[in-house]
Design a protein around this ligand. Sequence first.
Ligand SMILES: [Zn+2]
Length: 217
Amino acid sequence: MVRWGNVKRGVRSRLIVKLTLCTLAGAVVTWGVAWGCAWVRLGVLTTTKQTLVDAQAIRAAEEFGIPSKPPFTHCLLTLSEGSGFGLTYRAAELQRWSPPSFEGVAMTYQSDGLVYARESSSGWPFIAMTYWVSNRERVPKGGVFIGAEVMPLRILPLGFALNTLIAAALLRGIKEIVDLARRRRRARKGRCAECGYDRGGLANDAACPECGDAASG
Ligand SMILES: [Zn+2]
């Protein structure tokens, strides 16, 4: 086992730089994937729907973050939940409602005073970013308008960290494969695997005159 204290300072700082760059690249990929999933909205389906009335509806609306007190005494709240590829959302629609009259007919008012709010989260393989938007607020919370679409800005720490680790590991793996393929190609052509210097005329065990890499054949 390699003891951290025994690792040479130069090697150690190079390792830290490499890890930092790798993590940053993983974070960029995680961000990009979360935005991609939010943009594409692949296979989004409403999975549950629930309707609440009056006091219950108002309480649930407040919990959902629907701003200010609803401007109607009798109201009806429709909560829905859905998911798609790398995407989940919860939405709430608060409507004016009149309870059943003597004739037994309940009325909802579709356009009059409807308050709509939605919380969308995205990321893959784990949900990593989220925003909240309402038709009563000009600016989305934790999100930003890109054209007509809202893209998430608020980071969900656990999901973002996990996705970053996975992306960083994948990027690292891809880089290793590319590097290995390049070293093999160079060696096959009789060039230094490290820097590509033409080893023609050099003894097989001679170090590379260009970069000092030990000959590996
Ligand atoms: Zn070389």
